[in-house]
Design a protein around this ligand. Structure first.
Ligand SMILES: Nc1ncnc2c1ncn2[C@@H]1O[C@H](COP(=O)(O)OP(=O)(O)O)[C@@H](O)[C@H]1O
Ligand SMILES: [Mg+2]
Length: 251
């Protein structure tokens, strides 16, 4: 295991019922990097992300986080250990203000720590600072995604799992969300995100892992995977050098 590996997953098979969905997955993730999980609908991206947080059934395998085995820990204990997840879809309190949502995100903290955490995310995402009194449900989809990410960032995770952060957003908001991920990496947080916007996510990722039918199909530097002919054909519909594929979202 490399010294800087923050998360190591070995021979990981996970699912929901009697059969594993993600099979025999192994990978190590370096601290402070962004890895994208890509693959078609049903490939197992969400299942893999959820399993890192302990939300589904482990059939086989081991996982260590910062050198400690965590695969037997309950999700709440993984959270305490420094792993956080933002699930797919909207997960804020839409009828509450942005300020109240952020306070909810930091509710496990002491009042003093919560204040520091609140100030930190408002500094990191000035848009939230400007919209503190607004109802969360009235923000745009992209702003809500940023709010949800900020809610979990308050507890200072060292590993952040993002499931489809750009799903359903306008191209402009997708770029903003990806910039947010880039900012989070600059804070030293390791990010693993599932994405269907292959081009957009790979542009800001260090690494890309391609899943196909629950198995790892490809794993390498994001730029190399982006330029691989198989990925271009399957996900990008052409030549990544060509601007019109910037919106290339896998159907
Ligand atoms: N809660 C669940 N119970 C049973 N099977 C599920 C559940 N969620 C997803 N699956 C199955 O797991 C497979 C992978 O799904 P998922 O991980 O959501 O893929 P992706 O995120 O890549 O689209 C699919 O065949 C899906 O039907
Ligand atoms: Mg999914």
């Amino acid at each position: 295991m490399p010294e800087t590996s923050v998360l190591t997953i070995s021979n990981w098979s996970v699912g929901y019922l009697d059969q594993p969905i993600v099979k025999d997955f192994s990978a190590s993730f370096e601290a402070g990097t962004v890895a994208s999980l890509i693959g078609g609908n049903g490939a197992g991206k969400s299942t893999l992300l959820k399993s890192i947080f302990g939300l589904n059934k482990l059939f086989a395998g081991e996982m260590s986080f910062e050198g400690q085995p965590v695969h037997r820990l309950a999700p709440a204990d993984r959270l305490k250990a420094g792993i956080a997840i933002v699930p797919q879809g909207r997960c804020n309190f839409p009828q509450m203000s942005v300020r109240e949502n952020l306070l909810m995100g930091g509710y496990v903290l002491s009042p003093a720590a919560a204040k520091i955490a609140f100030d930190k995310v408002v500094t990191l995402f000035p848009m939230l600072g400007r919209k503190l009194p607004e109802m969360a449900g009235n923000l745009s989809g992209g702003e809500q995604q940023i709010l949800e990410t900020a809610m979990v960032l308050q507890i200072n995770p060292r590993l952040l799992l993002l499931d489809e952060p750009s799903l359903g957003l306008s191209p402009l908001m997708q770029s903003e969300v990806f910039e947010t991920v880039d900012d989070i990496r600059k804070e030293g947080v390791t990010v693993i995100m599932a994405e269907q916007n292959v081009f957009g996510s790979l542009m800001i990722s260090d690494r890309a892992i391609v899943l196909e039918l629950g198995r790892k199909f490809m794993d390498g530097p994001a730029r190399e995977v982006m330029y691989d002919p198989r990925i271009r054909t399957a996900f990008l519909g052409g030549d990544p050098a060509h601007a019109d594929i910037e919106q290339g979202v896998l159907q």
